[in-house]
Design a protein around this ligand. Structure first.
Ligand code: FAD
Ligand code: NAP
Length: 460
């Protein structure tokens, strides 16, 4: 029997780890499709620019995408450029690893006032995501409130606290660096709706805030007093114990007069974003836990703010042709096999955040993808073979639809162009942030020809 042809949708960690596991099994050819011209999902467009070591996981992901049995097809959106029916005609199995792209909302009045944003948008902006609006953030705000105490909140607070000089050696786009250079931010307040024993950040990430050269970290010792139940939680968990130790160290620290101030506050639940034409404050209600349930005390506090960034988690989006659980924001599945109300959807699988929700670090997606690939390979003999097996037929179909697919050499063109921009700034890479420029870097000859053809004719 001829080898299995699998389409993996999404080139983030889950998709690439799935491609790795599939091709390790032998006699499997994988196309990894992504709606973006560049690969690596949140490794490129989420992991903070100053987390250089973590970002270097792209080296391992690249090795997978460079395997002979793997083909990258960027700038191809499944659901728009190709349907699930198209995929079924060309592939024996389809594995969705499309992540959880959008933000969760607070659901409080004033959330849409100018000056109120999601951390998702802020991260996309500083990461040079092609869907981000480059002039969306001006950082004219003096006081920023970040809602949430997870690792993404820590990332955005740290980026806001750093100077442009500290970030100039990273890959942030030039326009972003200019805005960071002119930033008016003086005060950043992170707000947790529960206490420090319930914060989601991890100790290594938390500790970095205390090492900021440009900001004093401020913690109110009263916020760190633990109830008996919280003390028991902390006693039983090494990360929580370490987090508390770090926070207590800061609570005893006198500010050293650094230009910015980064405060961590707890037991405050947002009830309204205040302002008429723009954000002026976040109104929050003091909270406590009663029998494990978060309850409001009725007492409110207004935290002055010119900008509110909600960092309260990500959410998946429904995919055309696939079932979707709105409540949990994931595709229903059994060990990665997509489940409809009528039973399994033959030959269709999920991995990563679209499978288990927006939690877990990059490495979590490896075992997650391995589970799904195990399921897929166990099903393989029973899967009907796709009628159209010529790999070039997918490219021809995309061309016929006017889709400018970016193959691996195209990505290498983008990579080289970004490294050249980096060399000019004295760093390893500067991101190209808009899609037309990414596509021009991917296909320079085609774009030069188009530009020449549309140039007005010269005199004579
Ligand atoms: C801001 C942020 C920072 C993070 N930092 C770290 C960190 O420092 N360390 C760490 O270990 N973890 C970090 N994580 C967690 C880590 O990024 C995730 O665990 C991981 O990226 C999830 O992998 P995924 O492949 O499921 O999704 P993603 O990485 O989101 O990849 C999904 C891919 O699917 C593509 N896609 C979506 N829809 C379609 C479609 N219709 N057609 C084609 N392609 C599509 C997307 O373009 C994307 O490339 C961070 C997460 C966030 C949000
Ligand atoms: N360096 C790294 O390793 C790194 C960096 C970034 C992200 N990540 C990972 O990526 C995943 C996503 O991170 P994340 O920070 O987006 O999510 P997260 O870890 O789930 O944190 C979300 C935060 O938002 C709060 N929240 C949720 N709804 C709220 C509401 N309505 N009002 C107020 N607060 C609310 C949560 O509080 P409650 O707990 O009370 O719900 C929590 O503090 C995590 O697994 C994270 O570890 C890792």
């Amino acid at each position: 029997m001829s080898g299995l042809r699998v389409a993996v949708i999404g080139s983030g960690p889950a998709g690439v780890y799935a491609a790795a596991a599939l091709t390790r099994a032998g006699n499997v050819a994988v196309d990894v499709l992504d709606r973006l011209p560049a690969p690596y999902g949140l490794v490129r467009y989420g992991v903070a620019p100053d987390h250089v070591k973590m970002k270097s996981v792209d080296v391992a992901l690249r090795k997978v995408l460079e395997r002979d049995s793997v083909r990258f097809l960027g700038n191809v959106e499944v659901g728009t450029d190709l349907t699930l029916d198209d995929l079924r005609r060309h592939y024996d199995a389809v594995l969705y690893a499309t992540g959880a792209a959008v933000d969760r909302r607070l659901g409080v009045p004033g959330e849409d006032l100018p000056g109120s944003f999601s951390a998702t948008d802020f991260v996309a902006w500083y990461s040079g995501h092609p869907d981000a609006v480059l002039d969306r953030f001006t950082l004219r705000a003096r006081r920023v409130v970040v809602v949430g105490v997870g690792n993404v909140a820590v990332d955005v607070a740290r980026v806001l606290a750093k100077t442009a000089a500290e970030l100039s050696s990273t890959d942030v786009p030039g326009q972003v660096l200019d805005v960071l250079g002119a930033s008016a931010v003086e005060e950043i307040t992170m707000v947790g709706r529960r206490g420090p024993a319930h914060a989601k950040f991890t100790t290594k990430e938390l500790r970095e805030l205390g090492e900021l050269a440009n900001a004093d970290v401020v913690v109110d010792p009263a916020d760190l007093e633990l109830t008996e139940a919280d003390q028991a939680l902390v006693d039983g968990d090494r990360t929580l114990r370490a987090n508390l130790e770090v926070l207590r160290g800061w609570a005893g620290r006198a500010p050293e007069g650094r230009p910015r101030r980064l405060a961590l506050r707890f037991w405050l639940r947002p009830v309204e974003v205040l302002g008429v034409d723009a954000v002026t404050a976040l109104r929050a209600e003091r909270t406590r836990l009663a029998g494990g349930r978060l309850v409001g005390t009725g007492e409110t506090v207004d935290l002055p703010a010119d900008m509110v960034l909600r960092s309260v988690g990500y959410r998946g989006l429904p995919l055309p042709g696939l079932p979707f659980d709105e409540a949990s924001g994931v595709v229903p599945h059994a060990a990665g096999r997509v489940l409809t109300e009528g039973g399994p959807l033959p030959g269709v699988y999920v991995a990563g955040w679209v499978k288990r929700g927006p939690t877990g670090v990059i490495g979590t997606n490896k075992s997650d993808a391995a589970e799904t690939v195990g399921t897929l390979l166990a099903d393989a003999d029973g899967l009907p073979r796709a009628p159209e097996r010529d790999p070039d037929a997918v490219i021809a179909l995309l061309c016929s639809r006017g889709v400018d697919a970016v193959e691996w050499d195209g990505w290498q063109g983008i990579d080289a162009a970004e490294q050249a921009l980096g060399a000019a700034r004295g760093c390893a890479r500067v991101k190209i942030a808009d899609r037309p420029s990414l596509l021009a870097a991917a296909h320079p000859a085609a774009h030069a020809a188009t530009a020449a053809a549309t140039e007005p004719a010269g005199p004579g």
